[in-house]
Design a protein around this ligand. Structure first.
Ligand code: ADP
Length: 260
């Protein structure tokens, strides 16, 4: 049931995404076509031609911002943040994955006692973790071990902190597989929208970018460590409950959630 729900959410999200992109591209094409048509009619007017060419250039530049908007589409569904104990959260995900990933993959959960609770939208976080679980399965066609882990992390003294992450207290949630891993070129592009190494129909190339956008909108970050032939660890850094460091747009909701 959980898997079906996630699938349904994905399909719905993709539908929204697709119609948004179609709309934006349509506007851009209309602007470029309009400018080109006007130039064709009266090309001898150099000043006017220049102005119209500029309009076309500006319109195509807007195309570049589509990707950005695409990645923040998760923001549209308002973030309903709550305080979440890591052990409960990962325990539930472990159960769902153990049922859905098949017997060839052993799913483990490592949450040391004393890991503080984190703040995030539960539904979006679960979707993100299931996404990472699916990627891990795809990387282990011969089977292997998937490990869900949580640990506290303080960014001021963490040398490995992701760039741009404000100092503060975080909980790191990681999904580790013993799969194929990624070479440097794949790793460099892994979080780019529509980048996929999977056969058509199996990969959308939207999983990691969506998970990354979710992490950043939650006031955290996503990092990936991977070694070809050994495996991959994808880590979500999420704010610890009660920590007051500045965050991303989710902050307003976060504050509201904490104040009540
Ligand atoms: P998709 O899964 O649809 O391809 P993603 O954005 O989730 O899209 O992943 C992009 C690419 O990153 C994948 O096609 C794969 O090459 C690589 N990747 C993601 N997760 C893993 C993993 N756990 N192990 C190895 N490669 C991975």
């Amino acid at each position: 049931l959980a898997a079906q729900l996630v699938q349904a959410q994905k399909v719905q999200a993709l539908g929204q995404l697709a119609s948004g992109i179609a709309h934006d591209f349509n506007n851009i094409l209309q602007a470029v076509e309009g400018a080109a048509t006007l130039i064709e009619r009266r090309p001898e007017d150099v000043e006017r031609t220049r102005r119209l060419a500029r309009m076309a250039i500006d319109a195509t530049a807007r195309g570049g911002s589509i990707t950005q908007r695409l990645l923040s589409f998760a923001r549209r569904g308002e973030m309903r943040t709550e305080v979440l104990p890591a052990a409960d959260l990962l325990g539930n995900i472990r159960e769902v994955l153990a049922h859905t990933l098949g017997t060839m993959i052993s799913v483990q959960c490592v949450v040391p006692p004393g890991v503080p609770p984190l703040v995030a939208d539960r539904g979006q976080l679960e979707t993100a973790l299931l996404n990472l679980g699916t990627n891990a399965r795809d990387a282990m066609p011969q089977g292997g071990t998937l490990t869900l882990a949580a640990e506290a992390a303080s960014v001021a003294d963490d040398a490995d902190r992701p760039t741009g992450l404000p100092a503060g207290a975080y909980v790191r949630l990681s999904v580790t597989d013993t799969g194929a891993g990624m070479d440097a070129a794949t790793l460099a592009q892994a979080t780019e929208a529509f980048f996929t190494t999977k056969p058509a129909g199996q990969g959308t190339g939207l999983g990691l970018p969506m998970v990354k956008a979710f992490a950043e909108q939650s006031g955290g970050a996503l990092t990936i460590a991977s070694t070809p032939g050994v495996g991959t660890t994808v880590t979500l850094w999420l704010p610890q409950a009660g920590d007051a460091h500045a965050g991303a747009p989710g902050q307003t909701h976060r504050k509201a959630a904490l104040d009540t």
